[in-house]
Every structure is written in C-alpha cells, then in structure tokens.
Ligand binder design. Structure first.
Ligand SMILES: NC(=O)c1ccc[n+]([C@@H]2O[C@H](COP(=O)([O-])OP(=O)(O)OC[C@H]3O[C@@H](n4cnc5c(N)ncnc54)[C@H](OP(=O)(O)O)[C@@H]3O)[C@@H](O)[C@H]2O)c1
Length: 405
C-alpha cells in the first residue's frame, strides 16, 4: 500500500501525531512521492486541490486503447507520471484553455507531481468543511489543524493560501523558516510581496537571515538555507477551473529552475490558464543590478498582467451588468437577460481564445450593414467605452505597481 495518509484530522498543535504519520509514510511510500502542504486551505486552497486531485484521478484511470507495456503495467500514479514526463503523453486539461497552452503543459511536464497533500487550517470547523469537500480523496489528503510547521516538515513544496492578513503570523511561527529550508513556497496571497514573505520568515532585513541561528551546520550560507518564494496570482474563476493565473518569475535569486517552473505551471493549469511573467528566460539577473528603463517597463507589464488577470473578471462583470440592465430596460426578464448576456460574453471570449481571432475581426464579422450590432457598437464608441476600459486597466496597473503585486 503506497500511502498511510488516511487519518482524517490531526489534532491541534499535535506535532507528534503528524510526525508519526510522516514516518510511516516515508517508510512505506515510494521515494519519488512529492507532498504538497496547503497552508490555509480555504476557498482557493480547496479549488486548487480539487483541480489537482481530479487530474490525478484521470491520469490514474484506465484509458481507452491504452497499450499496456512492461513499464506502464505498474499500476501506480508515479509510474504513469514519469511515463507522461518522458513521452509527453496526455496531460489532460481540466480548465477551459486548450490549444497552445495545453501543448505547452504537455511538453513542460514536471519530473515529479504532487501525490500526497496536507491541507492545513486553523480551526476544527474549517477542518470539517475541508473533510466534506475532499472526502473522496481521503487516502491521499490529510487535514492538519493548527500545525503548519509539522506539515511543512513533511512536504516537499508548500502553497501559501491563507488570507494576506494572516500570512505574517503563519510564516513567522517558530520553526517555519527551518521547515521550509531548500523547498519551494508558492504564495497566492494578494498584495503580499516576496520581500514581505522573506521578512516574515527571516526577519526584517532579509539579508541578515534569522536562519543563521537555526540553519543546520551543512548550510554554507544563509541564502542557501532559504526557501524559494514564487508568487502566483490566480483569479476568482479558479473556483470553476477558468482562472487566469500569472506566475511571477522575477527574482533577485535568478530564474526559476525549469522543473520548478514546470511544477508551478502544472499546479495552476489544473484551475485554468497560466502565464509566466517575465516569460521564462527573460530578465534573468535583473535583481542584482540597478533598474534600467527596460526593467521598469518589465515591472509595469508584470503589474499589468496581475491587474488584468486578477481584476479583469470584475471589469467584465460591470460590462455584463450594464448589458443586462439594457435588456431589462427593454422589457426582458432579468434572469433571461443575464443568461443571454453571460453566454454572449462567454461566446466572444471562446472565439478569441480558441481561434486566436483578433477581437476587431470578430466585431466586424458580426456587424452586418444596417444591422443592430453596428448601431450598438457606435453607441459604445460614442460613450468612450474603449478608452474607459483601457484606462481602468491602466489605473489598476498603477496600483499594482505601487503595491509591488
Ligand atoms: N478568492 C479569490 O478569488 C482569490 C484570487 C486570487 C488570490 N486569492 C488569495 O488567496 C488567498 C486565500 O483566499 P480564500 O478566498 O481562499 O480565503 P479563505 O477562504 O478565507 O481561506 C483562508 C484559509 O486560511 C486558513 N488559515 C488562516 N490562518 C491560518 C493559519 N495560521 N494556519 C492554517 N490555516 C490558516 C483559514 O482557516 P480557518 O478558517 O481555520 O481560520 C482558511 O481556511 C488570499 O490570500 C487571497 O488574497 C484569492
């Protein structure tokens, strides 16, 4: 049996309970198992975990016309994963985006996928909610209550998904910096910068790491004793597998290693589409020299990615609402107007995403001479919708730059 992660809840601050489970896991699990700890497993944590677990179940399920070879006949997830990694075979898409993005996902399969999960919360009531949400996966998901450090000790990678206001307390708890040593910490906390995360872990001045007192003798420098922080910003549509996640790959410590980048991409592809910014390979080493104009443009475009990805659904919700109001004003019942408007918006987005069509071409194609579309479009242009929406993105980007998002 590969896993002993079937204890539903580990009690509050009961490190020994977690650790005893950990030791039995390490003695019975294949050595290439990767455990992901979700630090703060609320709405977003559940959405991300659900996406991952769904994908793992699909990968493990027998597929039609699957040819059983000697290597593939081993019925374990890890065997399938390594076969996917080496052959580039089907990494199925759980979200809306397909085409280019899923081809990239296939080619960028990480060496190891997370197969075991520690879902961490603070309160027993939250643990109950988690158990209800993830009961079908209790063989690989363990709910940990108020014992983040022990969970991180067992994990190979951690996902910080608590509220931004809770990040400082969670990360600065005794032993956390040491538990994260040499691991990757992916943060989705909005508005919490990498510098802040490092200061919570290592003290106010990240250069004078608090790990100097806690790092093992094998660490040759405080920098090497740290974790690698990666910020990823999904959006509200994560809950339905339609997120647009922006992964911030800029770092003073150099580019994200290819396999780490592949793992981050794989995780967030489970809830939708993913872009890396700056794109992989660009801007390496920018953190070690003075900022140039190019760096500033890069910083601004990174913020634009975040602003559009995270705030975009809110902007489009306003446009949607306006369209609904117009139809209601003309006599349509609100529920019907909402369905018509939302499906029209989804259709337009789908055509652009799937066919790569320029929105202007789509608009022209719909606008027949003397028809209703062209009349409506002219009214929108008269009302300055184009410049107003563009300005909204610029304003949101300016705020994102200020906040270092
Ligand atoms: N929602 C979105 O659309 C969205 C989009 C992008 C990014 N984000 C970011 O995602 C993060 C999570 O958002 P959410 O909506 O999922 O929040 P949420 O539902 O409130 O979940 C937060 C979770 O963190 C847990 N938690 C808090 N302090 C903890 C601690 N010390 N140890 C262990 N667990 C702790 C809470 O558990 P208890 O209930 O037990 O306290 C709760 O389960 C936020 O930082 C947000 O900025 C959200």
């Amino acid at each position: 049996m590969p896993s002993t992660f079937n204890l539903p809840i580990v009690g509050a601050n009961n490190s020994s309970a977690v650790m005893s489970s950990a030791s039995s896991v390490s003695s019975t699990s294949p050595p290439d198992h990767l455990t992901l700890a979700v630090l703060g497993c609320g709405s977003m944590g559940i959405a991300i975990l659900s996406g991952i677990l769904k994908e793992l179940s699909e990968m493990d399920a027998p597929r039609p016309l699957q040819v059983v070879t000697s290597s593939a006949s081993v019925s374990s997830l890890s065997a399938l994963y390594s076969s996917h990694a080496s052959t580039g075979a089907a990494a199925t898409s759980s979200g809306a985006s397909a085409g280019v993005a899923s081809a990239a996902a296939r080619n960028d399969m990480p060496e190891r996928l997370p197969t075991h999960f520690l879902a961490c919360v603070r309160r027993p009531e939250a643990a109950k909610r988690l158990r209800a949400a993830l009961w079908a996966h209790s063989s690989v998901v363990k709910v940990v209550v108020d014992d983040n450090v022990a969970a991180v000790q067992q994990a190979g990678v951690a996902l910080l998904a608590c509220q931004a206001s809770e990040a400082a307390a969670l990360l600065s708890s005794p032993g956390m910096a040491r538990a994260l040593q040499g691991k990757m910490l992916i943060s989705i906390c909005e508005g919490v910068t990498t510098e802040q995360i490092e200061s919570y872990l290592y003290g106010e001045d990240p250069a004078s790491s608090a790990l100097t007192t806690t790092a093992p003798a094998t660490a040759t420098s405080p920098k090497e004793a740290r974790c690698r922080v990666v910020r990823a910003m999904p959006n509200a549509a994560s809950l339905i597998g339609e997120s647009m996640t922006v992964v911030d790959t800029s770092s003073a410590t150099g580019p994200l290693p290819a396999d780490a980048a592949a793992l981050v991409t794989w995780i967030f592809r489970r809830i939708g589409s993913v872009v890396h910014h700056p794109s992989r390979g660009a801007g390496a080493g920018a953190g070690t020299r003075a900022l140039t104009t190019v760096d500033r443009v890069a910083a601004s475009s990174a913020a634009a990615c975040t602003a559009l990805g995270a705030a975009g659904p809110a902007f489009f919700a306003l446009v949607l609402e306006a369209a609904i109001d117009g139809a209601v004003a003309m006599g349509l019942p609100r529920a019907e107007a909402q369905l018509l408007a939302a499906q029209s918006m989804r259709g337009a987005a789908g055509l652009v995403l799937q066919n790569g069509e320029h929105p202007a071409l789509l608009r022209d194609r719909i606008s027949s001479p003397g028809g209703c579309a062209i009349q409506g479009l002219l009214a929108l242009e008269e009302g300055g919708v184009r410049s107003t929406v563009a300005r909204a993105v610029r304003e949101a980007t300016a705020i994102a730059v200020q906040e270092g998002k």
